[in-house]
Design a protein around this ligand. Structure first.
Ligand code: KG4
Ligand code: ZN
Length: 360
């Protein structure tokens, strides 16, 4: 079966083709994928402008679909199911991908499958060269979410803990902005951190010893803001911070975020008794997080899996893959194209599960 997956929940338009054999346990294969990121367009505003995002998705989605069919050397008529991100995300942006998927499917007489964006992230490491096996603990770290989940199989997800305020990616981005880096500053902050001293500033590790698996990152941003103001006051009102100081702040901020993510992830492995960790979402691209998690898992004799770097941030491949894995596992079935809605605040916990009632 050939699945076309479309992603348009925020500031990336993605299209991809994934193939799988319904009768076999073999993992789905990525046939082609293309992404267009709007980061340069939103930079000038310091964040995503929803209306601009929707309009750009409209411009990009059809050329991207054309690009992936060409790359996979197949025709649109070969597509069996059109999958799309139905939520969570920006309502207008989601409507573009959903509308394109529905229109395409309706015109071809093919069914559709709405996909949860976070399930796409969570399953994305199955497209990597070192795919995981169920069960595992998943650390989902994106711009909008920070969650630890116990994953027994496709559709069997139980929340172990989550951020009670800012997401990890949001913390990276807000702290990056405080030291003058463009939106979304996560990757830029981590590059700058390479030249800094992670022990230069002692930023808080919120909820580190709370005894649960929840996170809180809002206080870190406040602490970094206070430190920046203090340093600027010392060197003259509003003065620019030196490159050295900015690099030290970047390294110390990253160390605080990574420490908490690693500590809680290892706590989740202990609590569940599982020996396998899967990392997903944009912050999963962070090199320091990968290095610290790999070291901690090696010490705990646990395995850790990451998505390919290109599939950490939003993309269509993870949406096509999630649809393929849901269909292959028999958790879901495609529905006829027709009237539809998107779910900007779709809770992950409400996904139809393979084994109803699974919880921890
Ligand atoms: O998963 P994603 O593409 O979008 C959401 O679903 O939110 O994640 C984007 C987030 C942004 O906050 C971005 O700054 C962060 O991932 N990010 C990083 C890195 N690359 C992307 N954060 C830290 N280090 C990175 N290398
Ligand atoms: Zn995402």
């Amino acid at each position: 079966m050939l699945i076309l997956g479309l992603e348009s929940s925020c500031d990336e338009t993605g299209a991809a083709l994934v193939a799988f054999d319904p009768g076999s346990a073999a993992l789905p294969r990525l046939r082609a994928e293309g992404v267009h990121t709007q980061i340069d367009m939103h930079k000038a505003y310091g964040g995503v402008v929803p209306e601009l995002a929707s309009r750009d998705h409209i411009r990009r989605v059809v050329p991207l679909i054309r690009q992936v069919t060409l790359e996979a050397a197949c025709a649109l008529a070969d597509v069996d199911v059109v999958a799309y991100t139905a939520g969570p995300g920006l309502a207008g942006a989601l409507l573009v991908g959903a509308g394109a998927a529905q229109a395409l499917a309706l015109s071809m007489g093919k069914p559709v499958l709405p996909v949860h964006h976070l399930e796409g992230h969570l399953l994305s490491p199955f497209l990597s060269a070192d795919p995981p096996e169920f069960p595992f603990v998943a650390l989902l770290v994106s711009g909008g979410h920070t969650q630890l989940m116990q994953v027994q199989g496709v559709g069997q997800y139980a929340l172990l803990g989550e951020s009670i305020d800012d997401a990890a990616g949001e913390a990276f981005d807000k702290c990056a902005k405080l030291i003058g880096l463009d939106y979304p500053g996560g990757a830029a902050l981590s590059r700058l951190a390479q030249q800094g001293d992670p022990r230069a500033f002692e930023f808080p590790r919120p909820l580190l010893h709370s005894g649960d698996l929840d996170f809180s990152f809002a206080g870190l941003k406040t602490s970094v803001a206070t430190q920046v103001q203090r340093l600027q006051a010392v060197s003259g009102s509003g003065a620019e911070l030196s490159d050295r100081v900015r690099a030290d702040i970047a390294a110390s901020t990253q160390a605080a975020i990574v420490d908490v993510l690693v500590f809680k992830s290892m706590g989740a492995l202990t609590r569940t008794g599982l020996r396998r960790l899967v990392v997903a979402g944009g912050v999963g691209a962070n090199a320091e997080l990968r290095a610290q998690l790999s070291a901690a898992c090696a010490r705990a004799q646990a395995r850790v899996h990451y998505p390919e770097l290109a599939l950490c941030t939003d993309n269509g491949a993870m949406i096509a893959l999630a649809a393929a894995m849901r269909l292959q596992a028999g958790v879901d079935h495609p529905v006829a194209a027709g009237p539809f809605e998107v779910r900007p605040r779709w809770p992950f916990a409400s996904l139809p599960a393979a084994a109803p009632g699974f919880s921890v």
